[in-house]
Design a protein around this ligand. Structure first.
Ligand code: HMG
Length: 387
């Protein structure tokens, strides 16, 4: 029985800050952003957007296409959690009108957690192939203003319907796993922006790629040359290139640049204009590949998921026959092009705004035109509304 990704849909924010505007403020040569880190723009949430509104916006088209009947589990992966107790997926469950006979849970391990969620979902489907699992990765990446990490911010949600006989990608066994206790990037509960040791985080990522690949081969995985493309977690798109060159060198393969570009070139279209969407990033890379490649029918594709701290997983999927009939290319392109460009000052004001914590009733300014919004904070509760 094949189990895997039956549908994949992503959503992002109302606003976008082009890196040209950021460069005017920081004084950086635009080449550092466009070529050095491979980023052109970053998604910026409006005041009334968060991980819940993005998650619901990403998943709604999946529910519209397939209905709710077979979904008995929702797993939402995030590291931008809005509550220490209640799972964000419960709000999403309500906004999407899912039945009460559903289990909903939130999972966390930096940018890696959505891959754990996908693997858990696959296990559930193997136990009962009639069921489908809604896996959602939703994150807002925020670093301190004027820090080196600022240029790599972004935000997006990727929703996946996981089921038997999947229409898009059959996820294979085995998976290569790697965990190491490192402090390359973290966010204590009392901070709203992440702490990061930039260069160390790059080294930790490369070591994790190496380690997860090593385990993948030891578990009897495919050869590197089998893969048509490699979808890496992309904190910035040039990181995928660094990682792939590193993997080729580690395995003794030819790190020939045209081959590297052929393996990665189609995976970066969304992330280079969205920015780091943390848990969603590797699945935006997959969406970019599926949406832009000519024909991948039966092609093996590698997915390499990395979350700081750190946990990584190297796994493979084969693209299902007929997958092109189920793609959401136009909707994905619209999600990116519908965003409104904002000035650096507007971005800075949004970044500096924090939600009130006094427990009063506070309507949130109506800025988004998306399908769901955070309407108010009242008595310490988030009030969401569909449009
Ligand atoms: P930085 O110090 O501002 O930049 O930080 P830099 O000086 O390292 O320059 C970046 C690149 O631009 C370099 O290329 C420069 O040479 C080049 P490289 O040597 O690396 O190939 N450059 C230029 N290229 C062309 N024209 C120019 C020019 N000038 C410079 N004029 C850093 C960069 C990524 C460290 C910073 O943005 C940062 O701290 N980002 C956040 C951390 C991060 O993204 N880490 C990635 C790995 S960890 C990870 O992926 C997990 C994560 O997603 C979190 C999670 O798991 O939850 C972050």
């Amino acid at each position: 029985m094949h189990v895997g990704i039956h549908d994949l849909s992503f959503a992002t924010t109302e606003f976008v800050l082009p890196h040209t505007a950021l460069a005017e403020h920081t004084g950086a040569d635009i080449g550092k952003y466009h070529l050095g880190i491979g980023q052109r723009a970053m998604s910026v949430p409006a005041a009334d957007e968060d991980i819940v509104t993005m998650a619901a916006a990403a998943a709604a088209p999946i529910i519209a296409r397939w209905g709710v009947e077979k979904i008995r589990t929702v797993v939402l992966a995030t590291e931008s959690s809005i509550d220490q107790a209640k799972a964000a997926g419960v709000y999403v469950h309500s906004l999407l009108g899912l039945p009460s006979s559903t289990r909903v849970v939130e999972v966390k391990q930096a940018c890696y957690a959505a891959t754990a969620a996908l693997q858990f979902a696959i296990g559930l489907v193997h136990r009962d192939p009639d069921q489908r699992v809604l896996v959602i990765a939703s994150d807002v990446s925020r670093y301190e203003l004027d820090s080196p990490g600022e240029a790599t911010q972004g935000a997006a949600a990727a929703a996946m319907l996981v089921g038997a006989d999947p229409a898009l990608v059959r996820v294979e066994n085995p998976a290569g796993l790697f965990t190491a206790d490192v402090m390359d990037f973290w966010r204590p509960n009392y901070l709203t922006t992440a702490l990061v040791a930039g260069q160390e985080s790059i080294t930790a990522y490369l070591q994790a790629v190496e380690g997860s690949w090593k385990d993948y081969t030891e578990q009897g995985g495919r050869r590197l040359t089998d893969f048509r493309a490699f979808c890496y977690h992309q904190p910035f798109t040039k990181m995928a290139y660094k990682a792939h060159r590193h993997l080729l060198r580690f395995t003794g393969a030819d790190a020939d640049e045209p081959q590297v570009t052929a393996a990665l070139g189609l995976t970066t279209a969304y992330n280079e204009v969205v920015g780091n969407s943390y848990t969603a990033s590797v699945y935006l890379a997959l969406a970019s590949l599926l949406d832009h490649a000519d024909d991948l029918t039966d092609a093996p594709v590698a997915l390499i998921s990395y979350g700081s701290g750190s946990v990584a997983e190297f796994f493979a999927g084969t693209v299902a026959p007929g997958y092109r009939d189920h793609l959401r290319t136009t909707a994905h392109q619209t999600a990116v092009t519908r965003r409104k460009p904002i000035s650096y000052d507007t971005y800075r004001a949004l970044h500096s705004t924090t939600l009130p914590t006094d427990g009063g009733h506070h309507p949130v300014p109506e800025q988004t035109t998306g399908p769901y919004r955070l309407a108010a904070l009242s008595d310490h509760k988030r009030i969401y509304e569909p449009r």
